[in-house]
Design a binder for this molecule. Structure first.
Ligand SMILES: [Fe+2]
Length: 299
């Protein structure tokens, strides 16, 4: 049994000195060792390490905790090393989580990854929200990374002219300290394969956590991170409320598309079609998946 089931009302903040399973009150130390079990004195194996919680290796990268479930995964610091050159400037470990929304998604997790990374659909699904400020036709994708992808979404030429004239555009929160001038000219989408996504602007990071549950079902948590100095602004509460609403709006536009894509994938009429050059992230993602399948077959 999960000893910390989310339905059990554990506090999201605070401290504890041990874990107690809510079912039969078996108690575990913070190191995972079983410390006690009611009415089990006659069973010496209760004291054995083998009855402790399972151990997994973890690592912190840019403030995010990654868990190595297979035990033999390449360290994330190596897998995502190529992301440091650009995304590293955001110093995400220093940012604050200010909004968090959970979503139940009736589609495969790979549908969402493809949707998140490709900007072609700005001209369709987001034709009023994103296309005027980040036109699809200006977007481009970095060279292939073995475990990650980077897609650049430059602001419109008109907005870029204003930024270059010293008028930063689309900033609602405090700009992230230490960014380059060029970082104010685009938004950027990142995939840390397979299931971590970031959508990044000069004043914010949207972080998507994907949890696949079944072939056609998953959950996402979308989290907004900003610089802590943003809270000093007089209008901060209203700004935050507006931006959370915006975050919900553009994600809903994508949710509708992803649900319809899942329907299409299940159709007997489904056949693969050509990709637009603006969908290069999808091509790269398919190549990543092919590599994973090939390696699994060879292992
Ligand atoms: Fe989208």
């Amino acid at each position: 049994m999960d000893v910390m089931p989310p339905e059990f009302g554990h506090l999201s903040e605070g401290n504890c000195t041990q874990y107690q399973c809510p079912y039969h009150h078996w108690v575990y130390g913070l190191d995972g060792a079983l410390k006690g079990a009611p009415f089990m004195k006659d069973h010496p194996e209760v004291a054995e390490k083998s009855l402790g919680l399972h151990e997994f290796t973890s690592a912190v990268w840019q403030g995010f905790v990654f868990v190595n479930l297979s035990g033999d995964a390449q360290p994330v610091s190596e897998q995502f090393a190529g992301l440091n050159t650009h995304l590293g400037r955001w110093k995400m470990a220093d940012l604050t989580m200010v909004a968090d929304i959970g979503w139940d998604c009736p589609f495969n997790w790979k549908v969402l990854v493809e949707n998140f990374m490709e900007p072609y659909h700005h001209a369709g699904a987001h034709h009023t929200l994103f296309q005027p400020i980040m036109p699809a036709q200006g977007c481009w994708t970095d060279e292939e990374g073995e475990h990650f992808q980077v897609c650049h979404l430059p602001l419109s030429e008109q907005l870029q002219r204003k930024v270059k004239a010293g008028q930063p555009q689309l900033l609602s929160f405090a700009p992230i300290p230490g960014l380059l001038e060029s970082d104010f000219l685009e938004w950027t989408a990142y995939l840390a394969a397979p299931t971590t996504l970031w959508f990044v602007a000069a004043d914010r990071v949207y972080w998507y956590r994907l949890q696949p549950l079944a072939a056609g079902l998953m959950q996402i948590r979308t989290t907004l991170l900003v610089h802590p100095g943003s809270a000093d602004s007089e209008n901060y509460p209203q700004t935050l409320a507006d931006e959370v609403e915006m975050m919900r709006t553009f994600h809903l536009e994508d949710m509708e598309m992803c649900g319809a894509v899942q329907s299409g994938l299940g159709s007997t009429a489904y056949t693969p079609g050509p990709l637009c050059s603006l969908e290069q992230p999808i091509w790269l993602f398919q190549r990543y998946l092919a590599r994973q399948i090939r390696q699994a077959q060879l292992a």
